[in-house]
Design a protein around this ligand. Structure first.
Ligand SMILES: [Zn+2]
Length: 246
């Protein structure tokens, strides 16, 4: 089921709970160099600390792909590498080009979707957006951020600099963040995938942000509400309201 027709929508809301302190730096610039780590956590324009929805989506996709590949190597492509992406294979690419020039929008969308791997169908690929939307997760309540000392590392030698300490900001363990996930038009198999993904987010085995090797970043999801709207219930509701068939 593609985008032009509504079939179903699942909205999952809940909280992400920090099992460790979390540090998501406000800049990824030079993030591979430990001495250049940006020391404040990412915040929105109003100063609210946030875990970007794209970070949660990214780490969820990474895990999902690794499971899919374990079952069947071809069920998850490498979307980041043009040559290894499912919709970039020569015959598929040629047909997409042909449909883009001569086909209808629906034909193009249907063909691209059918030729996509399981991961791209759900999370999005080079030809279309995915079926899952993760909203940014804002910190709940008035939490006092903490600071930690880190030890600077000499750029040339890689050795610790005894006097080159730097401070970095962390969101303390136990902090809670808003969680909102919207899934649209999932087929039966994809609904099972979604349940699997949610269970994994609930397991507390995922980490987000920087300094994960220093024991930071683990979080778990607590689902507070799972709302399912499908076309049949929507039709019934409209019928009830209007007292006639729609
Ligand atoms: Zn793919």
């Amino acid at each position: 089921m593609l985008y032009d027709k509504f079939d179903n929508r699942i909205i999952i809301t809940g909280k992400l709970v920090a099992l460790d302190p979390i540090h998501i730096g406000s800049s990824t610039k030079n993030s591979l160099n430990p001495i250049d780590v940006d020391n404040s956590v990412l915040k929105d324009s109003q100063g609210r600390p946030v875990i970007p929805g794209s970070s949660i989506k990214g780490l969820t996709r990474f895990f999902f792909e690794s499971v899919l590949r374990n079952i069947n190597e071809s069920s998850a492509c490498n979307v980041l590498e043009e040559k290894e992406c499912c919709t970039e294979k020569t015959d598929v690419k040629n047909e997409i080009k042909r449909l883009r020039d001569k086909g209808s929008h629906e034909e193009l969308a249907t063909y691209s979707y059918e030729k996509s791997c399981e991961a791209c169908k759900l999370f999005g690929g080079r030809e279309f957006a995915g079926k899952l939307m993760f909203k940014d997760c804002f910190l709940i309540g008035d939490v006092k951020l903490e600071h930690r000392d880190g030890v600077g590392i000499d750029r040339k030698t890689g050795a610790y600099k005894s006097k080159a300490k730097y401070d970095y900001e962390i969101i303390p363990k136990g902090s809670e963040f808003e969680f909102y996930l919207l899934a649209e038009n999932l087929d039966e198999k994809q609904m099972k995938y979604l349940d699997f993904i949610i269970r994994h987010l609930e397991s507390g085995n995922l980490s987000v942000g920087g300094k994960v090797t220093r024991g930071l970043g683990r979080f778990k999801l607590t689902v507070t509400k799972r709302e399912v709207i499908d076309i049949e219930s929507l039709k019934a509701e409209l019928k009830l309201k209007e007292g006639r068939n729609v």
